[in-house]
Design a protein around this ligand. Structure first.
Ligand code: S3P
Length: 426
């Protein structure tokens, strides 16, 4: 893919639906009694992997445009799949489904693409094993992974990482346990599981960084409208702020407090972003965002805000390159175990464009304000790296190329189309 510098961005952007919420709507709908109608579902590759896995587990799921209809089988109605479940590139699918499978009365093997086979599973194997499930994984940490069910007991688990995937996996197994299950996190990670499971009738309570789920007899179908994904909006928020003369509106963006860290960081950097039309949709806060080109300055991003913007750090790094002064990102070692090692990927690729970045074990230090030139860039088959590099390349002084750009289909299938239809070229 060739990427030409752009002059400015303008117009009204309608962004893809939230990936985390789309996954959960199919999963919980499958486990519920009754039919769940999901509107505005994200038809990205990751969420389609979740649909494919639940179909293999015997759930009848129909896709009609952007609507998905899930005929729930009840908590104990899934059936043994005839083959290995392929989770594709999706960490959310593999980790959350593991918690569900731990509560079934059959064994299942999970795998995925080359990236999934490198991502750590010990983080769920440990707590699910403590609950009584038996998990066999390659080198005790990697997919393919087989989950053998067993009677589950409720536990209190102090997770060493703030991870919604880990938390959700344990809470889902907790639905099947003999007593309440509590997950205590070092900082609060995204809470879509807690919100949506409550809407499906589960009893979930929070006290500080601890979440407790009661064992559950039945979940009940409820209709879901999925809001727009702030993780996808992030690329256009940053592109609008760094491209001189830009002014744009991004509609229907989910601004759940456990997800809106990027908004707070960009505002702290001096970004001209306004939220309007604020409302609540299916228990999730949503708004429209107006973004105008701004003179940004560097900042420090660290501590408890990190889980609320973990997927947006590559985009924030690009904003930092166009800001005056230094930006420090730390406490984000989790970036190294995402779809790619996102610290290494951003450091290597942006350095090719003349950026000044020092990679750290848990983040990076970015010196802003230096112009970028075009480069021969690689996405590492990581959708968020591909889109972050693209918005940097749009603001370089010369043309760039991007290898494996098609991976944007994981979360944002129409990314390039939307970008080109709203860009004015020099
Ligand atoms: C997700 C949680 C995050 C995030 C991922 C989606 C989820 O992972 O990076 O893209 O839907 O629960 P961790 O919870 O492991 O940080």
């Amino acid at each position: 893919m060739r990427i030409q510098p752009i002059q400015k961005l303008e117009g009204i952007f309608s962004i893809p639906s939230d990936k985390s919420i789309s996954h959960r709507s199919v999963m919980f709908g499958s486990l519920a009694k009754g039919t769940t109608h999901i509107s505005n579902f994200l038809m990205g590759d990751d969420c389609l992997s979740t649909i494919s896995c639940f179909r293999k587990l015997g759930v009848h799921i129909t896709i009609e445009g952007d609507k998905v209809i899930v005929e729930g089988k009840g908590l104990h109605g899934l059936t043994e799949p005839e083959s290995i479940l392929d989770c594709g590139n999706s960490g959310t699918t593999v980790r959350l489904i593991s918690g569900i499978l731990a509560g079934q009365n059959f064994s299942t093997t999970l795998t995925g693409d080359a990236s999934i086979q490198k991502r750590p599973m010990k983080r769920i194997i440990k707590p699910l094993s403590e609950m009584g499930a038996i998990l066999e994984a390659k080198e005790d940490n990697f997919c393919p992974m087989t989950i053998h069910p067993h009677t589950l007991k409720g536990i209190t688990y102090h997770s060493p990482v703030a991870s919604a995937q880990v938390k959700s996996s344990i809470l889902l197994a907790g639905l099947y346990a003999d007593s309440p299950t509590t997950v205590v996190e070092p900082a609060i990670s995204r809470d879509h599981t807690e919100r949506m499971l409550s809407a499906f009738g589960a009893t979930v309570t929070r006290e500080g960084t601890a979440v407790t789920i009661e064992p559950c007899k039945e979940l009940y179908a409820t209709d879901i409208i999925v809001p727009g994904d702030i993780s996808s909006a992030a690329f256009f928020m940053v592109a609008g702020l760094i491209t001189p003369g830009s002014e744009l509106v991004i509609q229907n963006v989910g601004i759940n407090p456990t997800r809106r860290g990027i908004l707070d960081v960009l505002l702290a950097m001096g970004g001209d972003i306004t939220c309007f039309n604020e409302k609540e949709v299916c228990g999730e806060p949503v708004c429209d965002l107006r973004v105008r080109y701004s003179k940004l300055h560097g900042t420090t991003v660290e501590g408890d805000i990190i889980p609320t913007l973990i997927d947006e750090i590559p985009a924030i790094a690009v904003a930092a390159l166009f800001a005056e002064g230094k930006t420090i990102i730390k406490d984000a070692a989790e970036l190294r175990v995402k779809e790619s090692d996102r610290i290494e990927a951003m450091y290597t690729e942006l350095s090719k464009m003349g950026a000044s970045i020092v990679p750290m074990p848990d983040g990076m230090i970015i010196e802003g304000g230096k112009p970028l030139h075009g480069g021969a860039l690689e996405s590492y088959q990581d959708h968020r790296i591909a889109m972050s590099l693209t918005i940097a390349a749009c603001n370089a002084t010369s043309e760039s190329t991007l290898e494996h750009a098609e991976c944007v289909s994981i979360s944002f299938p129409n990314f390039f189309k939307l970008l080109s239809s709203h860009s004015i070229h020099a």
